[in-house]
Design a protein around this ligand. Structure first.
Ligand SMILES: Nc1ncnc2c1ncn2[C@@H]1O[C@H](COP(=O)(O)OP(=O)(O)OP(=O)(O)O)[C@@H](O)[C@H]1O
Length: 260
């Protein structure tokens, strides 16, 4: 069974059509990258999947949950999210491991009682992803890259079946970005690990872990396929409506506007 099935999905807000006629199927462990210019609807699309947005029309099934028919809270507990819109929800004075633990309850604060064992589990996850130096630190004092690492640990607290990363490398330096991609690689190697949905503006982040690319333009699917099928000068120049060159260096795709 596919883990995501969208059929003719539309999403309208404040009389603005944000997503139009989306047909998209994601299979388990078929890690996808979503590319699109600012405002093309990438975040809106992923917010539909995580039930932060509600589709206006069409059919949407995520992990067997049919929107408009089945209960949504159980679904939310199976999706991990890393992105700036989540990062903004935490109080600046929350301690790092407490923030990681909030992932278990899909909340931005710890409303329930928790034990040292719970916090130890959160610390264990931080160590696993190389964020041990952040244990005990106060969230508001962390750099952007350090905050991203915490959010990744938080998203893994629930053993998600889908892991959504919305511009997860934004603000990371060159080396922190490489480390993050390595961590994602490790996540893709986990038995029963999550399927990744990865939004980025940087095609060089499309590692061999990603099997499919979705191009989104003006709220519509422009094209999709494997990275070698999609990341060509012809398709991308047409997609961006500007001539671009595609250079492959060390198996990474670098896309640059062509100078006239
Ligand atoms: N709740 C809303 N009400 C009105 N307009 C919205 C709402 N949410 C998103 N939009 C609009 O929908 C369009 C798509 O936004 P979205 O955030 O999905 O784009 P994006 O592709 O993720 O962009 P970016 O790369 O800049 O993050 C934008 O024009 C945005 O202003």
């Amino acid at each position: 069974m596919s883990i995501i099935e969208m059929t003719n999905v539309h999403f309208v807000r404040n009389q603005q059509v944000i997503l139009k006629n989306i047909n998209w199927t994601v299979e388990k462990n078929e890690h996808w990258v979503i590319l699109g210019l600012n405002g093309s609807g990438k975040s809106s699309l992923l917010k539909l999947i995580m039930a932060e947005n509600w589709k206006t029309n069409g059919e949407l099934t995520v992990l067997g949950t049919r929107f408009g028919v089945d209960r949504i809270p159980e679904l939310r507990a199976k999706i991990g999210i890393v992105g700036s819109f989540i990062a903004e929800r935490f109080r600046p004075d929350i301690v790092a491991e407490n923030l990681v633990l909030t992932g278990r309850y899909n909340a931005s604060m710890l409303y329930r009682a928790f034990s040292d064992t719970d916090l130890d589990e959160a610390r264990g996850l931080m160590r696993q992803i190389g964020a041990d130096q952040l244990i005990g630190r106060i969230y508001g004092t962390l750099s952007q890259g350090e905050k991203q690492l915490l959010l990744i640990a938080r998203s893994l607290m629930i053993n998600p079946e889908i892991l959504i990363l919305d511009e997860a490398t934004s603000g990371l330096d060159l080396f922190a970005k490489e480390r993050l991609l390595e961590k994602l690689h490790n996540i893709t190697q986990l038995e029963n690990g999550p399927t990744l949905l990865y939004i980025t503006h940087h095609p060089d982040e499309i590692t061999s872990d990603f099997k499919k690319v979705l191009l989104l333009r003006d709220g519509q699917v422009f094209n999709h396929g494997t990275p070698p099928e999609i990341l060509t000068e012809e398709i991308l120049s047409d997609f961006y409506q500007m001539p671009v060159s595609v250079n492959i260096i060390n198996d990474a795709y670098f896309v640059l506007p062509k100078k006239s």
